[in-house]
Design a binder for this molecule. Structure first.
Ligand SMILES: *Cc1c(COP(=O)(O)O)cnc(C)c1O
Length: 386
């Protein structure tokens, strides 16, 4: 395989519920869930049944044809996001592709060529394709790939910076409601409301990247809903498929009229296999109230982390089951390695942040196991310093 990433941490062979097992028979409690993807955990009967049934019925057709699973999933996304009557959906296969579609949507909001700028945030992560990388505000990821598609400007995440830069030359503002890859960084209070007001006043689109935060993870179907605003578009991927590759752009109101015939497409995007599985995953999240579970378990998980009383833990960020544990020392890589040794998968989002994104199905048993294993990892890492 290409050396685009670091060495694999283990070779995984199977999973069930919130647990995975490697090729040596070691079991790990999975508190990363494939980076907020495995919403229902591993090998969930609903997921298995949906894959099997749809694969045995109709897996793929070209975009010259409609299928019931794609139409039903589009309806569901429009309903859950509150896009309503005017809502429209475009399907791709990943978060980056959903953001490519959003970037092109921004270009279409050009007011006859007058709007040339797209605003994004410093530290933002929107994907690794050239367009989504142009939106990404992390120099380490961009280095070596410039020139990227132009006109994108990265602002600090303050209302003042947005006020200073917003005018009639802006086509769109794109942002994550919580910056997941950057270390589960929350936006300042009132930021999304201010972003909505400013973009509306100046005719710019407000595009919210819900790839990591969507599908119930933060204790709402989509994180923007906590702020009580209505965006012009959202992008989703990761958790909506529960493990099947899928991404989507959902537009609201007038933004639904920007794309016209022939302007975008994808061979696999919206195929009946992926859309049937995502539909079944979202249906199960609704049926079992996993959005409510994410909210409740998120509170409990935070309380438990803080109650451990480790001097290494400085605080918690994020919302619901997207948790950033702020460390008082830059030992996140050592801590995640110690956790793996203790049979627990967590992620070092940066040197001083541990990111947790467990399946939305976690209960008391998983919280107990997490606490015991994470305590062991913390002890291993703090011991040599005492
Ligand atoms: C993961 C992620 C992406 C990219 O999704 P891919 O499926 O890896 O292309 C984009 N935006 C956010 C906020 C993400 O977390």
């Amino acid at each position: 395989m290409m050396r685009t990433l670091g060495m694999p941490l283990a070779k995984l062979e199977r999973g069930e519920g919130c647990w995975v097992e490697d090729d040596e028979g070691n079991r790990y409690l999975d508190f990363l869930a494939g980076i907020a993807v495995n919403s229902l955990g591993h090998a969930h009967p609903v997921f298995v049944e949906a894959v099997s049934r749809q694969a045995a019925t109709l897996a793929h057709v070209s975009n010259y044809f409609a299928t019931a699973p794609a139409l039903e999933l589009a309806d569901r996304l429009v309903r859950l996001s509150g896009a309503g009557e005017s809502g429209r959906v475009w399907f791709g296969n990943s978060g980056a592709e959903a953001n490519e579609a959003a970037f092109k949507l921004a270009r279409l909001n050009n007011s006859g060529g007058a709007r040339t700028r797209v605003l994004a945030l410093v530290d933002a992560f929107h994907g690794r394709t050239m367009g989504s990388l142009a939106l990404t505000g992390k120099p380490a990821m961009r280095d070596g790939f410039e020139p990227l598609p132009g006109g994108v400007q990265h602002l600090p995440s303050t209302i003042e910076a947005l006020e200073a830069e917003m005018d009639e030359s802006v086509a769109a503002l794109i942002l994550e409601p919580i910056k997941g890859e950057a270390g589960v960084l929350d936006l300042p209070d009132g930021y999304l409301q201010a972003a909505r007001d400013l973009t509306r006043r100046h005719g710019a689109l407000l595009i919210i990247d819900e790839v990591q935060t969507g599908a119930g993870r933060t204790g709402a179907w989509f994180a923007f809903q906590h702020a009580g605003i209505v965006p012009d578009a959202i992008t989703v991927a990761k958790g909506i498929g529960g493990g099947i590759p899928i991404g989507a752009l959902v537009t609201f109101g007038d933004a639904s009229e920007l794309y016209s015939k022939g302007q975008h497409g994808s061979t696999f995007g919206g195929n009946p296999l992926a859309t049937a599985v995502a539909g079944a995953v979202l249906d199960e999240i609704e049926r079992a109230d996993l959005v409510g579970n994410a909210a409740r378990r998120g509170v409990e998980l935070r309380e438990r982390v803080l109650a451990m009383g480790s001097p290494l833990v400085g605080g918690v960020r994020g919302r619901g089951l997207l948790v950033g544990i702020a460390l008082t020392e830059p030992v996140a890589p050592a801590l995640s390695a110690a956790a793996l040794d203790a049979g627990l998968i967590v992620n070092a989002a940066n040197d001083s942040t541990i990111r947790l994104a467990p399946p939305l199905i976690i209960g008391d048993g998983e919280l107990d196991e997490f606490e015991a294993r994470f305590a062991r990892a913390l002890a291993t890492v703090s011991e040599p310093r005492r």
